[in-house]
Ligand binder design. Structure first.
Ligand code: PMP
Length: 416
């Protein structure tokens, strides 16, 4: 098979150019991707994004009903009649937008109620909401850490964490590598004022979870604080859905917890939970909040309702975990490499940047929507199809995914 050019560098792009030249080279790159049908966006959705949806192929403009694994709406809350009804009520009561940053008048009663309810849910003294999960991490970290502090981050933390650390010192501590963490903590303990270890609860690409109790213990031993971004864990893990921290039965012990409203809450926005004093401090200093309009009333009210449902009715979580167990069994029995996932996130390893885009396009043609994750989101040798399982999938949907992958593997030979 002839290999096509697929990296910007193949087109002569480099960072020595001014931005006008860089933009020109980028157009060549994008045209090539379009010509080979490997586009940035595979399709446009003409219905809501969920376990089944209709998408329009960007090239042919043909609508197609697909089984989808692209959304992180783990519990199906984005289309729950009650979350929709709550959103409509908020639209009527408050209008379509807050139209001001929280600190300059855009703070609604509905916002504060959600903050209180989230704080209680994740076992923290107080919480603050943001208009995105991304802005939560950049805002929180940007104001908590400075030149005399250091962040020790797991290799696989989200880009929003990395970006939030642009004004402080950073050391990467490998992935769940306790020995390396201990060695690094020992080394930096007297050199910096604040030492903050930052990990995810459940990791967004590999679907594995952090060794939180051991890491927390180590933080305590060496005078460091711990922040857990549990964007993928809250609503999913734990006896009552309070996240990976609850899964380990250490709710309330982590210093700072961040999360998002765009996954198990089915909406959009983000939150941080911590002590009352830290939250008050962040409210005054997090730039992504003080210089940006507050989260919409609809997203806030729909998230409040999603949280109420999550607390009252475990059936969504139970259905999700049944689906996770079933897909895991089917993929393993069919010989696919899914790394060490223990969550609804399935990395189906392809380990080839080019093949992964081809597989995603072939899946779409066979009625399955799952995205290819490739460089730079992961390293080239870690390219994979990522499938997120939802409570709203049926076993038949999961069978369909596995059958399509097996069929494509006959042509492209990517099974390990
Ligand atoms: N943290 C993690 C671990 C994530 O996976 C994401 C989203 N992919 C975010 C933060 C950002 O959340 P949002 O999409 O709500 O901005």
């Amino acid at each position: 098979m002839e290999r096509e050019k697929y990296s910007l560098k193949d087109f002569g792009f480099n960072l020595e150019m001014n931005f006008v030249d860089r933009a020109d080279y980028f157009q060549d790159y994008i045209h090539q991707l379009d010509d080979s049908k490997h586009r940035a966006y595979l399709a446009e959705a003409t219905t809501g994004i969920g376990s089944t949806m209709t998408v329009r192929d960007i090239y042919t403009r043909e609508p197609r009903k697909v089984i989808s694994f692209v959304a992180n709406d783990y519990l199906g809350m984005s289309k729950h009649p009650q979350t929709i009804a709550a959103g409509i009520e908020a639209l009527k009561k408050y209008g379509t937008g807050a139209c001001a940053a929280p600190i300059i008048g855009g703070f609604l009663e509905e916002h504060r109620l959600l903050e209180r309810e989230i704080a209680e849910f994740i076992g923290q003294e107080d919480a603050m909401i943001f208009s995105s999960g991304y802005g939560t991490n950049t805002g929180v970290l940007g104001c908590l850490l400075g030149k005399k502090d250091i962040a020790l981050t797991d290799t696989f933390v989200h880009m929003s964490v990395t970006e939030g650390l642009s004004n402080t010192n950073v050391k990467t501590i490998g992935h769940n590598d306790l020995d390396y963490l201990e060695m690094t903590l020992k080394k930096v303990q007297d050199e910096y004022i604040t030492k903050l270890v930052i990990i995810d609860g459940a990791y967004s690409q590999d679907g594995d979870i952090a060794l939180i109790p051991e890491i927390l213990q180590m933080c305590r031993k060496y005078g460091a604080f711990l922040m857990v971004d549990d964007a993928h864990g809250i609503g999913v893990f734990g006896e009552t859905g309070r996240g990976v921290i609850e899964h380990y039965e250490i709710l309330g012990q982590v210093d700072i917890v961040t999360g998002t409203l765009s996954k198990s809450f089915g909406s959009v926005g983000g939150f941080v939970g911590a002590s009352k004093n830290i939250i008050r401090y962040i409210k005054w200093y997090a730039k992504s909040s003080i210089f940006s309009a507050a989260i919409t009333p609809q997203a806030t009210a729909s998230s409040r309702e999603a949280l109420r449902i999550m607390k009252a009715d475990p059936s969504y979580r139970e259905k999700l975990w049944k689906n996770v167990a079933y897909l895991k069994k089917c993929l393993l029995e069919s010989g696919f490499d899914i790394k060490n996932t223990v969550s609804p996130i399935f990395p189906i390893m392809v380990r080839d940047n080019y093949k992964v885009k081809k597989i995603a396009a072939m899946l779409l043609r066979s009625g399955i929507y799952a995205v290819g994750i490739c460089y730079p989101a992961v390293s080239r040798k870690d390219a994979r199809i990522r499938a997120s399982v939802l409570a709203t999938h049926e076993f038949g949907d999961l069978d369909n995914l596995v059958h399509s992958l097996v069929k494509i593997d006959r042509a492209l030979n990517f099974r390990q």
